[in-house]
Design a protein around this ligand. Structure first.
Ligand code: NAD
Length: 523
């Protein structure tokens, strides 16, 4: 990393629970970013030419080392991101181990030559194939809330398909990404193929402006829009994994105990700083009072504390800025009549960045807390009457990342799931879709473009090239020059032969078309 420390400004990485400084760095300059991209490019050709089985072997070694070092890596993530150690283990390390399995298993299949059979009779004398080629150098810009599993899953998908990667982690959590690189190096990834440039928004903007071939961005809508504009100006493809305002719909027949536990976990895990967090909870009015009561009781039972304490359920907000943003939304809701049933305040006795798990009722869609991403431990609950009303409320949002529906009637839940505008809808679970390596992850509306994870995520890392190989190289094609009224009539016949409704018309068309083969004026 020493070669990128060329700026005169320094950024400090802080443990959000204790305020301890973990690392100090100067953000990588545009020159350093360009140098990293050039180094990645010069190593990419050989990496792409490496048989996929060897690339898979590197992933497998990475996976083994990560498993062996799981506790150290989880501790590091907790130190810089604040989350409870068990969340670092499950949502970061375990998710990455499973994603490694997925990439190792599926990449060889995806990269294998694929036949493209032709249905059209006129094209039968051809063989079509799809080959999937790496883009070259993939830029990855990642956020702080899942500082290991997000860049790791994207990096693995890019690498296994033959790309080189330049990764720019969040300035708040670069240590996890540096650890990811160290693990990849240990696993035998050739030098240069993975570059980590540590820096802030300026470093990110330099990466967007650099000679990368594609960018995978995960972060806020505001930054995503800036990146989309810059990328459009040079026609660079991007995947944008942006924010969410995920609704949870609890139908009257849902198990209240289960659904209230889900609401509390879904809203408060990682202190609500999850793109897939439950950010809005809609409950059928018959069970609303008891549901609220159960959520409040469970929220009060949560232990807020340092992530390194195994007893902690909820860790800190990442920063004072994040805490102020959460407070502003809660205050806006309260000023418009929302009732804070529990929480709604900081916990200075625990630490500067801690906020009490908060349940809000009497909320409506005129409040910021129901429209903007909160990204904090806040659970607003609102009643609804009919299924249609719940769908209308869920869809009344600029976001569409994920959603959940809670019911004992799975068929009814799945039917409702189809009506919700989101990239993923879970029936009787929330958030865990991120841990399903096979499932595509991504949003609709302002939640983003494109997909990571699953086959769709691997497909984002490659260009599909169609190769068409003619079986009769010695024959001029019938449709080449040598036009004229006879040929026009023959081709009208051929079109009838393929598509006319009546058999007689087809046969007559076929007879006419045959003459095209013997026409004299072809050249
Ligand atoms: P952010 O947009 O502030 O920053 C994300 C990354 O972009 C950081 O690395 C940052 O340094 C970089 N960056 C900032 N400005 C830039 C610019 N102009 N050009 C290039 N890079 C720039 O987001 P954040 O606060 O780090 O992350 C939280 C957001 O990420 C939330 O909105 C959350 O919902 C979203 N998120 C989405 C997903 C998803 O999969 N959809 C997953 C996790 C987080």
């Amino acid at each position: 990393m020493a070669d990128v420390l060329t700026a005169d400004r320094t950024i400090r990485v802080m443990n959000p629970a204790t305020g301890e400084w973990l690392m100090e760095f100067a953000p990588a300059t545009a020159d350093a970013v360009n140098a990293a991209v050039a180094a990645a490019r010069s190593s990419q050709t050989a990496w792409a030419a490496t048989p996929v089985a060897e690339r898979v072997a590197v992933l497998r070694k990475f996976q083994r080392s990560l498993h062996e070092q799981k506790d150290e890596v989880a501790a590091l993530i907790t130190d810089e991101a604040g989350k409870p150690r068990v969340e670092s283990l499950l949502a970061e390390v375990l998710v990455t181990l499973d994603a490694a399995n997925f990439c190792a298993r599926e990449a060889p299949r995806l990269l294998a030559l694929q036949r493209v059979p032709h249905a059209n009779l006129a094209l039968k004398a051809k063989r079509g194939y799809l080959v999937r080629e790496p883009y070259g150098v993939i830029g990855i810009i990642s956020p702080w809330n899942y500082p290991f599993s997000i860049p790791a899953s994207e990096t693995m998908a890019a690498l296994v398909t033959g790309n080189a990667v330049v990764l720019k982690p969040s300035e708040l959590t670069p240590l996890s990404a540096l650890r990811l690189k160290a693990l990849m190096d240990e696993a035998g990834l050739p030098a240069g193929v993975l570059q980590v440039v540590v820096g802030d928004s300026g470093t990110g903007a330099a990466l967007v402006a650099s000679a990368i071939d594609k960018l995978i961005f995960t972060g806020s809508v505001a930054t995503g829009k800036k990146i989309a504009e810059a990328a459009a100006a040079k026609l660079m493809p991007v995947v944008l994994e942006l924010g969410g305002k995920d609704p949870m719909i609890v139908l009257a027949d849902a198990d209240v105990e289960i659904a209230s536990s889900a609401a509390v976990w879904g809203a408060f895990m990682n202190a609500g700083q999850t793109c897939l967090s439950v950010e809005r909870c809609y409950v059928q009015k018959d069970i609303y009072p008891v549901f609220v009561e159960r959520c409040v009781e469970k929220a009060k039972r949560l232990k807020v504390g340092h992530g390194s304490d195994p007893q902690s359920d909820v860790g800190p907000a990442i920063s004072q800025a994040q805490l102020r943003a959460i407070e502003a939304q809660v205050q806006d809701a309260a000023s418009q009549g929302a009732r804070i049933v529990t929480g709604g305040h900081r916990l200075p006795d625990v630490g500067e960045n801690f906020y009490a798990p908060t349940v809000l009722v009497d909320v409506h869609h005129g409040m910021r807390v129901m429209r903007e991403e909160t990204f904090g431990p806040v659970l607003p609950i609102m009643p609804f009457t009919t299924d249609d009303a719940s769908v209308a409320l869920a869809n009344d949002s600029q976001f569409g990342l994920s959603a959940s529906v809670w019911t004992k009637d799975r068929k009814r839940g799945e039917a409702l799931a189809r009506r919700i505008e989101a990239g993923t809808v879970m029936v009787n679970d929330a958030i865990s879709c991120f841990g399903v390596s096979e499932a595509p992850h991504g949003g609709v509306k302002s939640s983003g473009l494109g997909r990571t994870h699953g086959i769709a995520g691997l497909e984002e890392m490659v260009r599909a090239k169609y190769i068409d190989s003619d079986l009769l190289p010695g024959m001029a094609k019938v449709w080449w020059y040598g036009y004229g009224s006879d040929f026009l009539a023959q081709m009208q016949g051929f079109t009838d032969f393929l598509f006319a409704r009546r058999t007689t018309a087809r046969l007559a068309g076929g007879m006419k078309a045959m003459k095209a083969f013997s026409r004299r004026n072809r050249f």
